[in-house]
Every structure is written in C-alpha cells, then in structure tokens.
Ligand binder design. Structure first.
Ligand code: EPZ
Length: 417
C-alpha cells in the first residue's frame, strides 16, 4: 500500500492542467450499454474508479479498450450476462449506474446492493422508486437486487432528494422507455448536463438537464458516438484550495469557471484573489486566509466533495469557521486526522467548528475516503515537518498523478510504494 510523504510547507506556484471529470466519465461508460454500436470516450484519465467501471461493463459482455492515447472504446453489441459479480459491484458504488441502462436495453439485471461507505449509508431507494414507477419488477434478497421489465414505460417521478445517481440512472433508463418520463426535483450538477449531452448525441430526446425538471421522450434505439467529458470541477477546486491554503499563485488550466463558481465565491470571502478566464482560473493568495462559514448543498450550492479540502484550508485561517455537511451523514472522517496535525476542530452534529491556527504540524495520517485524502495533502502542504499519508488508494480513485501535479507546482511530495 503506497504512502505519500510531504516535507515542509510550500507556496504552490505555476500551472496545473485539469483532467476529465471522474463523475462525468463513470455514468457515460454506463450509458454506452444503451447501444450495440461502439462509443468512444477521449481524454479519459486511467483513474482506479474508471478501471473498475470498465471491468463492470466488460463483465456484462461489452468489448472495452482503454488505449494508451487515453481513448476508451466500448462496444456493447452483445450483452451476454445480466448477473453482475457481487465483489465487483461492491467495490465501487457508481457501478450501480448500470441498472438503468441494463433495464432499458436487456430488460433484466441481478446486482448486489451497493452498500454504504465511509461517508454514509448511501441508500438507493430513489433509484428503485424510479424504476418501479416505470414498470420494473424489483425483488431484494441475500444482498442482491433482481429487476425485470419487458418494456419500461415513461412516468412522472419526483425525487425526494435531488440525488445525482438517481437522476442519472432514471434518465438513462427513460431514453428507451415507451413515452415521456419527467424527473422532478432532479439533480442539476454539470455531470448531469454532460451525460444528457452524451445521450442526445446517441439520439436520445432530453430537455431540461441542468434544471430541476428533466423531460425524456423514449426512442426505439440509440447509436454510438464520440465524447469528451467535462473537466473535473472537484479536482480543479482541490488545486484552487491548495493554492489558497499555501498562499501560492496557481493557474488552474482546462476548467469551466461556471462549474466552480461556489468555490470561487468562498475563496473571495477568504480574501483570496481569483481571476477567471475563458478556460482557466488563477488563484493568488498573499495574506493569511480569513475564516469563512460553509454549508454543503446540491449544485449550484457549495459541493460536498469540496467540504474536506476547504476544511484543511480554514484550519490555518485567521478566526473561527463553521462547516455544515448537509448532503452525507458521516463525512467528517478527516477531522480526527487533521487534529493529529494540530488542527483545532469541534464537531457538533452535522457542523464542525474550526478555530484557525498559525501552522499545522506534520504527522502520520491516513486517507479515509477520496476527498478526505485530498484534504490531507492540502494540510500536509501547510504543515511544519513531515506528513505521511497512508491508504493512498482512496486518493487514486479520483485523482490521476496528484503528487506529480503538486510537485510541478513546487510541493516537496513523493510517493513511497
Ligand atoms: C455522486 O454520488 C458523486 N459520485 C459523489 O462524489 C458526490 O459526493 C455526490 O454525487 C453528491 O454530489 C459520482 O457521481 C460517482 P447522491 P451519489 O445520490 O450519486 C441520498 C466523490 O468523491 N440518497 O446525490 O451517490 C444519499 O444518502 C463522490 O467523487 C438517498 O437518500 O450521490 C446522500 O445523502 C463521493 N436515496 C444524498 O442523497 C437514494 O436513492 C446525495 O447522494 C440516493 C441518494
């Protein structure tokens, strides 16, 4: 198991290029199951989660090639299996996104319950509510879900919570259903819009993606297409936060400024200079950060995936900050690790009260989930002495070559295998 080692504080300087979004690529891979034609995704970072999703669609019978030029080709001409491997599905929750495409394309699927993870119980009731409304017969037992549908029918579906995954799964299923499906209280994340763009290029009829009401008119079949996913707004936000926390001056290149607006707004409140260009953002911090209050919300609110990275930044800000996590019920696992580094944090229910300190001190810490791991890199870059981050595999799920990208910005960081 590899470890990241960071020596001494630094001020990040230079340019970092952002990769395509993990949370856009994963649903698009699942959506490729909706056609027997070949789909090609370009500029796909070989993230661990992408490799798992490739394994999942391959196990169903799709031919998949992740090529050296970072193109990913998927041809699901013959889906020969509808019974997914238990261990494979439990490895990564996003693999559950194959349920909608499989019900629409094949009419049946047997899939393990995705199970919870470090950040919460991660239920899938809203996904199942949508599929049942569209006519699927669903049974649960022995840790598996079995679902069958001769032909899904369009329906109006209200999501009790604007779930990203449920919106994506239902939208994909609705593309080949009979008639109109309306998803109300839908998630509005940029990844939803990107998936809708991919599906529309395949011939789907979708209106309203990016708003709280999405209308999908079912069609007979979909065709193959080529796609480049949107830039990863959370990777971009992570580097923006690292630049701010280390009082650096970094150009984050290859981003959609609109997608990181909530992060830009908060950085400006913290006294950071942020310059927006067409496809890049410059973050320049000369003074110690000011404290700030954060409440995570569905898009366009402040993203829950940026909660731990901004917490690392406010650990060394001037004053007291309050961070409230409203999306997941257990997304404070990084707090104990930050406290090992001298952070002053108290938890009160779903809120954390952080009293800023001048400097953190390096320590041996462990990544507890993907974004918590990223947060520990930021705190390590602000800490005196040596920080060792173990269980780095969490970070590799969603960040490609993060230590190389940080080193290019002047960080003293190495990976020890
Ligand atoms: C997606 O997860 C992202 N993952 C997560 O990113 C992200 O944190 C999350 O959206 C919120 O933005 C991918 O896109 C692969 P949700 P998802 O369904 O779809 C409740 C990362 O670090 N809920 O919007 O699983 C749920 O319990 C990951 O890249 C139900 O109650 O998130 C949670 O409280 C972490 N019933 C809330 O909704 C359901 O059926 C948000 O979950 C589904 C969800």
């Amino acid at each position: 198991m590899s470890t990241l080692i960071i020596e001494n504080p630094c001020q990040l300087q230079g340019t970092v290029n952002i990769s395509c979004a993990k949370n856009a690529i994963l649903p698009v891979i699942a959506a490729s199951l909706l056609t027997e034609d070949k789909c090609t995704l370009e500029e796909v970072a070989a993230l661990e989660d992408v490799k798992v999703m490739v394994e999942v669609v391959n196990s169903l019978g799709a031919e998949v090639n992740l090529n050296k030029d970072n193109t990913l080709e998927i041809a699901a001409s013959n889906i020969v299996n509808h019974d997914t491997a238990y261990e494979l599905i439990r490895k990564m929750r996003a693999s559950f996104l194959i349920m909608g495409p499989m019900l629409a394309r094949v009419g049946k699927i047997r899939i393990s319950l995705p199970g919870g993870c470090a950040i919460g119980s991660r239920p899938i009731d809203l996904h199942l509510k949508g599929f049942s409304a569209m006519g699927a017969n669903i049974t649960l037992g022995h840790g598996y879900i079995e679902a069958q549908a001769d032909k899904l029918k369009g329906e109006s579906i209200y999501l009790d919570f604007p779930s990203v995954g449920a919106t994506e799964n239902i939208m994909m299923a609705a593309c080949l259903a009979e008639g109109m499906t309306i998803i109300e209280n839908a998630a509005e994340e940029p990844e939803i819009v990107d998936l809708a763009n991919f599906l529309s290029k395949m011939g789907a009829k979708i209106k309203g993606a990016g708003t709280d009401t999405i209308r999908i008119e079912g069609v007979q079949r979909l065709k193959g297409t080529t796609h480049v996913a949107i830039p990863d707004r959370i990777e971009a936000g992570t580097f923006m936060m690292a630049a701010a926390a280390t009082r650096g001056d970094v150009l984050v290149d290859g981003v959609v400024p609109e997608h990181v607006k909530p992060i830009t707004a908060k950085l400006k409140e913290m006294g950071v200079e942020v310059f927006e260009y067409e496809k890049s953002i410059r973050v320049k911090a000369t003074e110690r950060l000011k404290s700030v209050d954060i409440k995570t919300m569905p898009y366009p609110g402040f993203p829950t995936d940026m909660q731990s990275p901004i917490m690392s930044a406010v650990c060394v800000a001037k004053g007291t900050s309050v961070i409230t996590e409203t999306v997941f019920e257990n997304r404070f696992m990084h707090i104990n690790e930050l406290k090992l580094m001298g952070a002053k944090i108290k938890v009160d229910g779903r809120s954390a009260i952080i009293e800023g300190v001048e400097r953190l001190s390096g320590a041996k810490v462990k990544a507890t989930d993907l974004r918590a791991g990223a947060a520990l890199i930021i705190s390590g870059l602000c800490a005196e002495g040596r920080t060792e981050i173990s269980e780095v595999y969490h970070i590799d799920r969603g960040y490609i070559n993060i230590e190389e990208k940080m080193r290019k910005l002047g960080a003293n960081i190495i990976r020890r295998e």
